[in-house]
Design a protein around this ligand. Structure first.
Ligand SMILES: [Zn+2]
Length: 205
């Protein structure tokens, strides 16, 4: 027996529902998604990433949105595109205190595209680093204490900025990812490498 559809009330309800769903869909064409973080041994982490030609492209803007939710969910303070298997010269710097870095300073998470170091201090300092692509390991890594950097933001604007201490450290760590370098390559000695559990014991006293 054919199903009877299309009484006046049903049609109106259907039209209203359809319009509502369309509005919601148009207001939010996509939801940021958590991306899988690749780990040491994946050759993409050893490649030199490509210059980003079109910052405003849907692909790059979506990648930035996805990196922002991925780094937050993972309790990271930074993440570079090659860590999600996208070999593009861009990363997020998102310093804030969290379980993995309880003493980190707070800043607005910032996408930095085609970044570079223009100048740096003579002084280097050693500090603890981890990496979402090298779980379970921490290293005491020497980095420049202060750097002058340039980068393009997600709106296409170019910035010059001086960064110091922990935020300068994040920038240098993430810039290394764009050049196929990971923090264990920067260790002065394997004695400067410890496990995550021992690190947590150190930082929480
Ligand atoms: Zn890393």
């Amino acid at each position: 027996m054919p199903v009877q559809v299309g009484t006046g009330g049903e049609k109106l309800l259907y039209r209203l529902l359809h319009a509502y769903i369309k509005d919601v869909y148009l207001a939010c064409p996509y939801m940021p998604e958590l991306l899988e973080v690749i780990e040491l041994g994946n050759l993409i982490l050893r490649q030199t990433a490509q210059f980003v030609e079109d910052v405003q492209s849907d692909r790059i803007q979506t990648l930035i949105d996805n990196l922002l939710v991925t780094v937050k969910e993972a309790n990271g303070v930074g993440i570079a595109a090659p860590q999600v298997a996208q070999s593009d010269r861009l990363f997020i710097v998102a310093s804030r205190p969290n379980l993995r870095y309880p003493n980190a300073p707070t800043m607005e998470p910032t996408a930095m595209i085609n970044p570079s170091i223009l100048a740096h201090s003579d002084e280097t300092v050693k500090g603890w680093e981890g990496c979402l692509s090298i779980p379970g390991i921490r290293g005491h890594v020497p980095r420049y204490q202060a750097i002058e950097v340039a980068y393009t933001d997600r709106n296409g604007r170019r910035h010059k900025q001086e960064l110091t201490d922990f935020v300068a450290r994040i920038f240098q760590h993430e810039l290394d990812h764009l050049n196929g370098i990971v923090f264990v390559d920067r260790l002065e000695s394997t004695q400067d490498m410890i496990t995550e559990r021992e690190y947590q014991r150190i930082v929480t006293g």
